[in-house]
Design a binder for this molecule. Structure first.
Ligand SMILES: [Ca+2]
Ligand SMILES: [Ca+2]
Length: 272
């Protein structure tokens, strides 16, 4: 019995020993072979500067990172070039690697397969403030026809497109257009600017008012008041001489202009 007991004990030790080794082996199974990633790197379409930190993660857990030393590139194909090493853990094979660029999630991913070297360019976009459309005009009131200079003063980084609406159905895509209003009227000019962050339109817009030619008192018609005013200019009794009263384009307000507006008022001439 003793002999049997000793055999049994030795056998048990062997069995438990094997089980222990198996358990130990399981505990120290080598992790998957790392994979490596290299490529170009850009933020908002521009080369990311040196010092940019790229982090690789699987299941929201970091698996490795690299800090760039050149603009727009991380790693390369050379033997001694440092690449982004992604050290997976058991079970990572086939999972998605997400990348962050200075903590901004990159647009691209790759699938983890140990031992693979990936050429994967990375891009990220840091959202900026939404654009704010704004513009100025060199004048917004007067007598038609008149050419207005519009100047885009929007707060809009890297404007991709702009659309001017002059309030009469006409538009322009120029940066700073000059537009001639030929007919008297009230107009509301709008500017819409767009960049990668969004689009914005001036609200409520720029009111532009041009009265009919010769309507110096701004009541939307050439009346006796306007005729009288020009006559006063001619005789030097008006407070100011208005260049717009030079209807015959001879460089000053003279009796010819007074006569022309008077004839226009009574319908003897069709336009000023
Ligand atoms: Ca008038
Ligand atoms: Ca004149």
């Amino acid at each position: 019995m003793k002999e049997h007991k000793g055999t049994y004990l030795r056998f048990s030790f062997i069995i438990f020993g094997i089980l222990g080794l198996v358990a130990l082996a399981g505990a120290v199974l080598p992790p998957p072979i790392p994979c490596e990633v290299y490529g170009s790197i850009s933020i908002n379409g521009h080369d990311a500067p040196p010092g940019t930190v790229i982090n690789a993660s699987i299941d929201n857990q970091s698996r490795g990172s690299i800090t760039t030393t050149q603009a727009g590139i991380f790693g390369g194909t050379g033997i001694f070039v440092a690449r982004l090493t992604v050290r997976g853990i058991d079970g990572d094979d086939g999972k998605t690697i997400a990348f962050s660029i200075n903590d901004i999630l990159a647009n691209e991913t790759v699938v983890f397969h140990g031992g693979t070297t990936y050429h994967q360019n990375l891009t990220a976009r840091i959202p900026g403030p939404n654009p704010t459309a704004h513009f100025t005009v060199n004048r917004s009131i007067g007598l038609a026809p008149v050419t207005i200079l519009f100047t885009d003063t929007s707060n809009c980084v890297n404007t991709m497109s702009r659309l001017w609406a002059f309030g009469n159905g006409n538009t322009s895509a120029l940066e700073n257009p000059a537009y001639t209003y030929r007919k008297a009227g009230n107009y509301t000019a709008l500017l819409t600017v767009t960049n990668s962050t969004g689009t914005n339109t001036t609200v409520p817009g720029q009111n532009i008012t041009f009265y009919p030619k010769g309507d110096f008192n701004h009541n939307w018609e050439v009346d006796i008041g306007d005729v009288t005013l020009v006559a006063y200019m001619v005789v030097g009794r008006a407070p100011v001489i208005l260049p717009d009263a030079d209807f015959n384009d001879n460089g000053f307000v003279d009796i010819g202009d007074a006569a022309k507006i008077a004839w226009f008022k009574v319908g003897k001439v069709k336009e000023l």
